[in-house]
Design a protein around this ligand. Sequence first.
Ligand code: SF4
Length: 499
Amino acid sequence: MSSLATDMNQGNGQSVPLTRDGESLLFPALPYDMHDRADRAVLDEQRLRFVNHATLLKDNARKKLAKEVFGDEHGEWRTLAGRIKQHTLENLDYYLNRFIDNAEAAGAVVHFAKDAEEANSICLEIVEKEKLKTCVKAKSMVTEETHLVPALEEAGVETLETDLGEFILQLDGDAPSHIVTPMIHKDRVAVAKAFERELGAAYTEDPGTLTQIAREYLREKYQKADLGISGGNFMVAETGSVVICTNEGNGRFCTTAPRVHVAFVGIEKIVPGLNELSVMLKLLARTSTAQPLTCYTHLMTGPKREKEHDGPEQMHIILIDNGRTKILADEEFREALRCIRCGACLNSCPVYRKVSGHSYGAVYSGPIGAVITPLFKGLENYKDLPGASSLCGACYEACPVKINLPELLIKLRRDMLAGKVTKRGERLAYKVFSMGLKSEGMYRMTSWVQKKLLRAMADNQGFIRKAPGPFKNWTRDRDLPAPAKESFRDWWRKRERYR
Ligand code: SF4
């Protein structure tokens, strides 16, 4: 759904690279250690400014629109949307079968892929059988999951991303860092340089002119392409339709101009019928980009019919599992599959705003990424992600389908402790901490000792400038204020005494 906004970031076109030695941004070696990239991201003043500015802007616009449109009923709409998705997930086999029957009746060919590799192989078989050579592709996070573009290119299919943000990232050999605004970490100078270098365009930083350059370049490619790839924001069981929501019209071009259309869709994207779809569309656009509706909402039901002029001759839908049924089988985490990838939890998250998307080392970042990446790829491979949250609850408040992200993150932390994924020293610290919290006497004593120690470390301005040992990172980029001389408990006791 991304677009090149006229208020896009202005910098010097260069961000500090977060990876070392050609490491992949979204598919790093496992187990993944988040600290290295996060440390570099927080020191990159320009990246911080871009991400902070754009996410705050979007978060405020979302809140304003929610108040204007939903008023006091916003909570009820979120509850309704959450219930629709939860109900569909609880009955996923029924709705998927219904979807398959109706999609096939409309002339689509439906495939099922258990993992990323199988999804790509199905697509490559279609490519080979139909002798396809050129592909235009709409934005799709699930194709990032399957790593589709490199697979197509390796098979000799010239593949072009057509979402403006993704197109720029492709020219720069970069990767998306936000679910909805993939190039949130870049600025107009970087775009100008990429267009000049890769497309031979005259240098300009004007967003309108840059958009026009991309539009003219892409228009010709749509006309030549014989394969169109899209994702799917939703699938409608009642009609067998795949729905995509875009703001640039590129999705419509990709799925109608080429001879063959292949839609990659996660199995959790299903909704029962058109009534339920209308609830989801209302919430998706308003939460994601603060629009009443996206500029284009495209429902595709089968390929073109006899006597129809437009549309593909073939429509293939690849339903992708890739770890989803494992999450579905777990009652505690099932609700994570309600996600409609609106990106609002990323925009509201104070941690995402500071470390930005590539620090998460995976396709999905922010609070939802911190939950689903360890579930997809193993807690032992992404053990920093459940801790990449202050648990402030802003993501839960923002989520249009009411996924209780902070609670899911706490459950992951619990599982890490139980599965001994957490380091030994940290486990010991938690044990001591929980003992301290269980007894009032112990709590008082440890608080008193802690206060004395921290105050002894502070300088005469009341700040600890250098924390010792394992806590040294706390004071690397900021000063830590020492605890007040009088604790809240002492103050409260005194207040009670003199009342
Ligand atoms: S978890 Fe909720 S807020 Fe985050 S992307 Fe998914 S639907 Fe949006």
